[in-house]
Design a protein around this ligand. Structure first.
Ligand code: ADP
Ligand code: MG
Length: 238
C-alpha cells in the first residue's frame, strides 16, 4: 500500500503563500501527473512529499502512515530530477550502486539489485562505461536506475525529460510507461508538457497558483474541463 495523501497542506516562504490549502489523494499504483504553469508550486509540492521541504501546516500520509515529521530517507520515496547529476569518475554500475553502498547493504544484495535495474532499463551493455560515454537518454536511465535499486514505494519525477530532445522524450515516455508497469509502484510526475501528461497519466492534477483546478483521467479533463483554465491548459499544445 503506497497511496499518498496530502491533507490541508499549506506552504509559505516568508510572507509569500505558495500553497494556500491543498488536498490530494494519489491512489496506490497510479501514474499521477501534476501539470500547471511555471511557478504554480509543483516542485514545492514534490519536495514536501519527499520531505526535502517541511509544510507550514498540514499532513503527508503515505500508505496510511503520517510521515510529515519523518526524515526523507525513512519515507520509502525516491526522487528523479531534471538535472541528473551522475558521478563522472564512476562507471554506470558504480553510479547505480552508490546509494546502496552508502546504506551499507551487503555486496551480494547490491549486485543483484544493480543487475535487475540494468535489465529493466536496458543498461546491461553500458555498465562499465563512464557517464561521458553515454547519450542523454542513457544518462537519464542511469539516474532512474539509482532510484529503482532502492526499491521505493513511491517515485517522484520533477520534469525528468525536459533536457532531452523531442525524439528522445518520445522514446523515454514509452520506457517510463513500461517501468511503471513492471515496478508496480506509485508514480507522481511533474511536467509542463501536455502531450507527456495525456499519454502517461492515469490521473492528471491541474494546478494553478498553488491550488488544484481539477483532478481526473486524461480524457475526462479533455472532454469535460471544469474551468476555462483547465480547458486552455489541456487543450492547447505546447
Ligand atoms: P513550479 O515547480 O510549479 O514551477 P515551484 O514550486 O518551484 O513552482 O515554485 C512555486 C513558488 O514558490 C514560486 O513563486 C517560487 O518562487 C517560490 N519558491 C519555491 N521555493 C522557494 C524557496 N526556497 N524560497 C522562496 N520561494 C520559493
Ligand atoms: Mg518546478
Amino acid at each position: 500500500m503506497s497511496e499518498v495523501r496530502l491533507q490541508n497542506i499549506t506552504k509559505s516562504f516568508g510572507g509569500h503563500t505558495v500553497l494556500p490549502d491543498l488536498n490530494l489523494t494519489v491512489p496506490n499504483g497510479s501514474f499521477t501527473v501534476l501539470v500547471g504553469p511555471s511557478g504554480c508550486g509543483k516542485s514545492t509540492l514534490l519536495r514536501i512529499i519527499s520531505g526535502l521541504e517541511e509544510p507550514t501546516s498540514g499532513a503527508v500520509v503515505i500508505g496510511g502512515q503520517d510521515v510529515t515529521l519523518d526524515e526523507p530517507s525513512r519515507r520509502g520515496i525516491s526522487m528523479v530530477f531534471q538535472s541528473y547529476a551522475l558521478y563522472p569518475h564512476m562507471t554506470v554500475a558504480q553510479n547505480i550502486d552508490f546509494g546502496l553502498r552508502l546504506a551499507k547493504m551487503p555486496a551480494a544484495e547490491r549486485q543483484a539489485r544493480v543487475a535487475e535495474a540494468a535489465r529493466i532499463l536496458a543498461l546491461e551493455p553500458y555498465l562499465d562505461r563512464k557517464p561521458a560515454q553515454l547519450s542523454g537518454g542513457q544518462r537519464q536511465r542511469v539516474a532512474i536506475g539509482r532510484s529503482i535499486v532502492r526499491q521505493p514505494k513511491v517515485f517522484l519525477f520533477d520534469e525528468p525529460l525536459s533536457n532531452l530532445d523531442a525524439a528522445l522524450r518520445t522514446q523515454m515516455r514509452v520506457e517510463l510507461a513500461q517501468l511503471h508497469q513492471s515496478l508496480d509502484a506509485t508514480m507522481i510526475y511533474v511536467t509542463h508538457d501536455q502531450v507527456e501528461a495525456m499519454t502517461l497519466a492515469d490521473q492528471i492534477v491541474v494546478m494553478n497558483a498553488g491550488r488544484i483546478e481539477q483532478v481526473g483521467a486524461p480524457m475526462e479533463l479533455y472532454d469535460r474541463p471544469q474551468t476555462v483554465f483547465v480547458a486552455g491548459f489541456i487543450g492547447s499544445p505546447k
